[in-house]
Ligand binder design. Sequence first.
Ligand SMILES: Nc1ncnc2c1ncn2[C@@H]1O[C@H](COP(=O)(O)OP(=O)(O)O)[C@@H](O)[C@H]1O
Ligand SMILES: [Mg+2]
Length: 615
Amino acid sequence: MPFQVVGATTPQEVWVVSGDRPLRVSEMVVLEDELLGNPQAQVVETRSHNRFFPLTTDQGAPDQQVLQALQLMGYDVQQEEVHLARVRLLEEAPFPVRVGVTARPATFAEVRHRLVRTSPAGGLVLGVIKSTEEMVAELDDDLRDLVCTMRGDEVRPQDGVPFLIDPASWQQYPHLGIFGGSGSGKSFAVRVILEELMRLGLPAVVLDPHFEMDFSQPAPGLPPGRARGFEGQFRTLLIGQEVGVDFTELGTYDLINLLGAVTPLTEPMANAVELLHRRMDSYTSFANRVADLATALEEGKAGLDRRSQDPSLPVQEKQRYARLLELLGEFASLPLASVRGIQWRLRRLEHAGLFGADIRPVEQLLLAGKVAVIQGPIWLLEVFAAYLLGNLYRRRRSYRDALQRGEQASFFPPFVVVTDEAHNFAPRGLDAPAKRLLREIAQEGRKYGVFLVLASQRPALLDETVTAQLNTKFVFRTVRASDLEVIKEETDMTADEVRRLPYLPTGDTFVSAAALGRTVPVRIRAAWSAAPHARDPWEELRERQTAWQEKAWEAVADLLPISTANLVHLLPKLRERLGEELSPKEVVDWLDHLAREGRLQKLQSPFGATYRLPG
Ligand SMILES: Nc1ncnc2c1ncn2[C@@H]1O[C@H](COP(=O)(O)OP(=O)(O)O)[C@@H](O)[C@H]1O
Ligand SMILES: [Mg+2]
């Protein structure tokens, strides 16, 4: 039996009934209403009813109209299996779709322009578009077998249309955001994005507070020929060892920012740095000047005079006192506390090794089209990021500006800035060393070809100016209400999509992109390289548990609602999906667990319990 439109709830939405197979959420269909030019639509909600769950209006069923339409069409809604789908038109129709017209799954050719906007040769191949399984056979050759997906240990070949992002579109729609709760798949997605940047030879700087962005090892468990390391295309650089700040190149403004990044400077401290710092100061010359001034202020003019007049003083010491007196003459007005404040901040940075190296390795990597992964403790990373990004951005901007003016300039490439825990670098309502710069890049980076990829588990804590500029947002599983609120405001996701966010399996995401014009559900592909081994064994255990729960959730999700009365019929399916001989009691325990967690709603009746999605 074909799919058929059975009722319109709003002008933008219709209900479709399908006899043979249930439609999938997000699947694309064509409504064969010729008057409207056969509009395309997408499934936003599905329900299945059978004689254990007869379709009645008191069960939150579509509505009376749908029920009557089904009866008119000859369905015995009390007895037969009925699959219903609520379907939203992709472009609003001028008038409602005619009830009774047939619907059918869209072919790849029909929706290709919506799904694939670039080619694997120039685009980032990030995953598979969900609910496009039926289109695999129709794919063009260059879109086949590009990826595989992984769930736990199970590897699947590419079972849908590949999801590609075109970096050329960033000119117009710059910056990616990656949001989702802990363990939802953000870091994994960042890895995949970076692998693709490396494949395409696009330069990137990564701020890696978790020491997890290493790409040298091939991922285990993938089919032959798939896994690979990216040795030679990236380098990890530890702050204080391979990269650091060249003190002699620091401007006074940079220095004030650096010191302030350790702990904010007071006004008098900033003034003091301004007075004390000289062009081409080395760390030693500046630090000595500060230390000498501190001594001088402590001793005071009277004390220094007295000591310097001691006739037994060696010449060297005499000279030193003369210098201290000179400093005091020049800077007597500076408060001792401020000078001491500068002194300990300087020492803290020096101890971290910040002044022991420079940023040349980063520049070289970017010039070679490679990825520079900057590692260090988060506080130092924040301090260094402000300096590093400021420098790189300035270099790129001066190059572009010089070109504009028709002047000669040494080339500096466009690049991508990638960071996890982005809310630390650009926190909402708080100051942070790199925030001003990230805002600037967010607002004008595209003019210069500098783009952001920012991941955060707390979109609600990320600076709103930055968030608003992220034209493509990957939204992974999100549970927290305040974060859902921000996502609702900052994306074009529909209410139905937002409702599904708390239940997304790890690695599944909604991509909301200005360039795509609508939200696309995507399974992020398997990474070709392996994350370095997790250090924490408990984390490993938690991951295993989560993995099982995930699998179990997926096994029940599309069977919902489930009633205990109906359980025996579902058991074989569940056993097959989970590969385990579950008893009915174990299934009920699992459902109860989900109900306690709030993922399911449990309804008691004299005939047993029913579990369904809440709300
Ligand atoms: N697309 C995916 N395919 C397969 N496994 C994934 C995928 N995304 C995440 N995982 C696994 O799930 C776990 C958590 O993912 P991770 O990216 O670290 O989460 P987050 O950064 O959001 O906290 C990791 O062990 C990772 O291997
Ligand atoms: Mg992470």
